[in-house]
Design a protein around this ligand. Sequence first.
Ligand code: 5AD
Length: 437
Amino acid sequence: MTKTFFIETWGCQMNDLDSQRLSGSLKLRGYRRVESEEQADLILLNTCSIRDKSEQKVFSHLGRLREMKQEREELQIGVCGCVAQQEGEAVLHRAPWVDFVMGPGNVGHLDQILSGDRRVAIDFPDDRNYDYLTVDRPSATKAQVTIIEGCNKNCTFCIVPTTRGREVSRPFDDVLREVRAAVETGRVEIELLGQTVNAYRCPVTSRDFGALLAAVAEIDGVARLRFMTSHPAEVNDSMIAAMRDHVNVSRYLHLPVQSGSSKILRRMKRLYTREHYLETISRIREAIPEIHFSTDVIVGFPGETDDDFEQTLSLIEEVRYGSMFAFKYSPRPGTPALKIGDAVDDAIASERLTRVFDLHERIKREHLESYRGRVLPVLVEGPSRHDAAMLTGRTDYNIVVNFSAASAPATDVRPGSMLGVRIDQAQHHTLRGEAVA
Ligand code: 5AD
């Protein structure tokens, strides 16, 4: 009988893609994917440890799986991803009903684990075994493509250097081959991924991120090109020029600022000041006036005073991010920030988080409202999940648009095609409109 598997995924795009790789390689080995844990012979939890809360979720989930394992002894449970990497063997002590623990460096080495040769695999082998042809992509129109793994920055709050290891870029030609293969199967939207995606450097030819971005944008059939996540200190002229010169590169850039105070940025080891960050934003805007930004913010970092926090708010106002994510600082094991002292009172941090959300709500509303009456190019993804009479797609700025296509020819509304949509309504996070001829 064929074996079945279920994957639960938490965290970032890299984890999403790792799950797609795991799923693809299991299917290649004859496993069938199922949509509930009850039906699965193998359950993989692809975990996130970026903040304490993400980690707690994993262990409470494991608590629930314990009973399932008691009832079905043959059930196999694997903990993958960043909690696996960070806790290693300790996962097995804390949850002895877990069968194996496998970190992000071993996604390409699932065989060694399924064969029972290894129970704990948390090294970063030189050969990452990246078999892109077997990636089980959930979208018919979109493909995520890793170009660089790991991170060489040492932001003092961040666990990623521990969980994902040192930077390793993939050869330029490998990336191009993967993109071409994805486009051939209808994936016209490509998202290049890396923890610090714009630190990319080809290990063979030393070509940089801008060169790669331009080369991918020039591949026939790439209708839209995105990338995640850029580090502000790695933005350079070659990257900006590649964005400017290729209209299929999304006019949307996620550029995490973390704080608007130079003092806090120094403590975070972000390698830029407030002024330097704002200068970078201006430089990009000068080259690409229609660009929109999004960001990540941390509040309550050790030593953050009211004044530091006000500087974060004023920076958000100044840049007018189209969207943003904000988090309360969460101390992570082994990170340098643990030694800073000067902790911010939790109630104060919570209040700051609320103020950031409120400010952003207002900016986002104004931003969404500003599209009313305009015709935006939308990349069609398929029928809307909530209303079968509507279609759904995304704007270049990554905003979901639900629209009716009654007046558009059927050939124009196939998933993967680009369509003009007149926006008539701004909803909470999304836009609504009508396709125009
Ligand atoms: N505490 C709170 N937020 C964090 N992030 C990363 N590490 C921490 C931490 N220790 C946030 C940053 C990052 C995003 C992915 O998660 O804002 O950009």
